[in-house]
Design a protein around this ligand. Sequence first.
Ligand code: GLC
Length: 440
Amino acid sequence: MLFRQEHRIIMTRRDYLELMAAGAAATATSHTLLAAGGDADREARMKWWHEARFGMFIHWGLYSVLGRHEWVMENEGIPVAEYEQIAKRFKPKPNAARDWAKLAKASGQKYMVMTTKHHEGFCHFDSKLTDYCAPKQGPGRDLVKEYVEAARAEGMRVGFYYSLMDWHHPDGARCATDEAARQRFVAYIHGQIRELLTNYGKIDVLWYDVSWPLDAKGWESEKMNDMVFQLQPAIIVNNRNRLDGDFATPEQRIVAEKRAWESCMTMNDSWGYQKADDDWKTPKAIVKNLIACSRDTGNYLLNIGPKADGSIPEESVKIMTQVGKWMEKSGKSIYDTEVCQPRRSNFASFTRKGNTLYMHVHFWPGDTVALGGLMNKVQSARLLATGKAVKFEQEKFRVRFVGLPEKAPDDPVTTLAIECDGEPRQDSDFVRKERPRDKA
Ligand code: GLC
């Protein structure tokens, strides 16, 4: 209870304690908000990212030398002392990242996220905190610097992937049970993040990965993010340091989340170079995935796993080049899209911008493409790739786009841009219930 006596406020001890606790909570909240910048700030920081929709993930590390997946060290139980030796043999060609950045640009990607340190613990950047880093090992130079310069030269936004889990650091496992080890390890990890966000100019994305074996408290993740935003006020961070961050990171699957999300995916079944992995997705599968992300306003972070010399596997180049050709003509239907309600078709998928519905036909039916249950009046339609007008006939339950070529005019997906008289909406129930069933 508070007793007001003229201008004096008298507090009981319990009041005092409660007030202090509330104050502490308020400070913590404003601190967290400051770190994440609050909603308006987040919106501003993430604007470019939402518009971008498509990014390149790059998994590159010592594992690329072995060519048996980025988990090879753990999966094959390779001792640290043996694995470390690879660092001396890792001698990539100069400026390999330029080819990555050129390919990213040609594919219609707008940002890149490179592994600066994966679980194996090897750092591609110059670190004062370890000798296990590119300038002091085989490469003899700072590969993160090369990457950053290459990305910027192609107009790409720059992201850093950084694995918290570390199989190499002596404290990387025992930090879970030994407080002195935890403090050393957390100082090391925070220190490296500080180096990364201090030494390379403006960084656009920080992509934490695997938080084993600590929780947010153990990692001091609040403090980590505070430091990150202090060093890079405009950056965006993901949610893998056990805090929510700015965006969610569904992996190898496309699921719309209730918040900003980015689906990361491999082009075959491995992130790091795996020379025997021939399970490649087709350009069509990639384009369909990109559309699926864009339809629900998510991003698609598509991975390449360069070889030890830095070159991109030929198959990835082929696939990305085809995706890029499609994006060149159809990117408009992918970038900066808005939530799209229509989704029912067994041969097409959809994205939307304003009143324009993009119908992406992946199994081309021939000279007529039909859509059921579109509740808007169609005003015009055209082939997105060429701009050529498409004739259409609209009835109550369907609209048919007619006079189209027998063979799909574009590859791997043909996109129709359909201008509607309002925000496109499809109602399949309406078709099912109301469609006349008499045969007359
Ligand atoms: C998983 C894997 C890791 C990969 C990451 C990408 O966490 O452990 O190897 O880097 O997915 O999201």
